[in-house]
Design a protein around this ligand. Structure first.
Ligand code: SAH
Ligand code: SF4
Length: 390
């Protein structure tokens, strides 16, 4: 039997119930217990949200579900934007009139080997006659973000609210429904709008739902949580999921002083404290932590920065994901030249630090990292951009 985490907060909406919670609910309605699993499978495995279409349930139960389910709290897709490179951005509408975004990124085999193709140490991919193109979905966890990193569009309007577990899982259900024929949603990265670990309770329930064997059944190592470095919640995630969930950490600077200039969270949890937490994360054998490093021209992209980064990561099982900065409207920060990116990479390689450059995806529809933003919301005025060198 799948173990429910002991400290999971109670479900708020229908989409958030686990099979055993459905069974308890349905038993209270006088239904047999096994119907709980059936309803859960309809919602999560089959992605059917309309009770009228749940054909193996008696009509009376379908009618009751239609009345009692608060499925309207689940997220809706209000429009879909296709990028020339195959990336699709889903604009999401919430029940209370908020908007958010999720992105579907197909990864044809020639382009794999980076973050989106999760490591597969067990090599247990099914052999398929014509293998489906794997798709990674990048999902949001908050409406806006409170963290205020200076290079990112998501936090410009501040935090409006947390997203519920149902809204988080709803993005994956919708993502699967919008996945093209011949494609298959394989990886989910919590790298859209918001800081996942700032919304820990909802994210923990969403992880439990997404990886539940009777539901979407994503493998934990194919789900990546990216964090700006909330140390207590990194520890909690490690404890609650035994280190199985892939962890990505937005480092972005090789020294404590530099990091504080661009990421306010670093003043609360300074770099040495974060590195300590990463070294303690209960990583399974042969797995590595992803270190995200956004390259910003004149700030953190010099050869000396690369050497300091290699030094900082010494002994930590990690792979560095270099992200040349995606431009954000109204923000003067720029990416380095491709020659500088190559030179930075070469220094890491010489020092034995595994790394890859994340190719720009969905730039033309503002779906790239750090470009997901709240539309039509007043933006905060930025106070302090980092000191740039020539
Ligand atoms: N809030 C989480 C996850 C979402 S952001 C976090 O910060 O980790 C996903 C990644 O994109 C993070 O590494 C983030 O720092 C990075 N990012 C943000 N703005 C960016 C930009 N303008 N260009 C490139 N990467 C950016
Ligand atoms: Fe929030 Fe992540 Fe953007 Fe920082 S980089 S503002 S933590 S979404």
């Amino acid at each position: 039997m799948y173990k429910v985490l002991p400290d999971l907060a109670p479900p708020q909406t229908a989409l958030e119930r686990l099979p055993e919670e459905w069974s308890a609910q349905l038993e209270a309605w006088g239904e047999p217990k096994y119907r709980g699993k059936q309803v859960f499978e309809w919602l999560h495995k089959k992605g059917v949200l309309d009770p009228a279409a749940m054909t193996n349930l008696p009509k009376s139960l379908r009618e009751r579900l239609a009345q009692d389910l608060v499925i309207d709290a689940a997220i809706q897709v209000s429009s879909v934007h296709d990028s020339g490179d195959g990336t699709k951005k889903l604009l999401l509408a919430t029940h209370d009139g908020r908007t958010s975004e999720a992105v579907l990124i197909p990864m044809p085999s020639a382009e794999r080997g980076d973050l989106y193709a999760a490591e597969d140490p067990s090599g247990d991919d099914e052999a398929e006659a014509a293998p489906a193109v794997p798709v990674t979905e990048c999902i949001s966890t908050q409406i806006g973000c409170a963290m205020g990193c200076v290079f990112c569009a998501s936090g410009l309007a501040g935090l409006k609210r947390h997203m519920s577990a149902g809204e988080i899982v709803g993005q994956v259900i919708q993502g699967r429904a919008h996945t093209a024929a011949g494609h298959r949603l394989r990886n989910v990265v919590f790298m859209g709008m918001g800081e996942p670990l700032h919304n820990y309770a909802a994210v923990a329930r969403a992880l439990t739902l997404l990886t539940h064997p009777e539901g979407i059944a994503l493998s934990k190592r194919r789900v990546t949580i990216s964090t700006s470095g909330l140390v207590p919640e990194i520890e909690r995630l490690g404890r609650d999921f035994g280190g199985e969930v892939q962890l990505a950490v937005s480092l972005h600077a090789p020294t404590d002083a530099q990091r504080s200039e661009i990421m306010p969270i670093n003043k609360k949890h300074p770099l040495p404290e974060l590195m300590e937490a990463l070294r303690r994360y209960p990583l399974p054998k042969r797995r590595r932590i992803t270190i995200e490093y956004t390259l910003i021209r004149g700030f953190n992209a010099s050869l000396s920065d690369a050497k300091k980064l290699a030094e900082l990561l010494r002994g930590l099982p990690s792979k560095v994901n270099l992200i040349p900065l995606n431009r954000v409207e109204g923000n003067p920060l720029e990416p380095p030249s491709w020659d500088d990116v190559d030179a930075f990479q070469a220094v890491l390689r010489e020092r034995g630090v595994a790394n890859f450059v994340r190719r720009r995806k969905g730039d033309d529809i503002a779906a790239a990292c750090g470009q997901l933003a709240l539309r039509n919301e007043p933006k905060r005025i930025r106070v302090a951009l980092p000191q740039l060198r020539d």
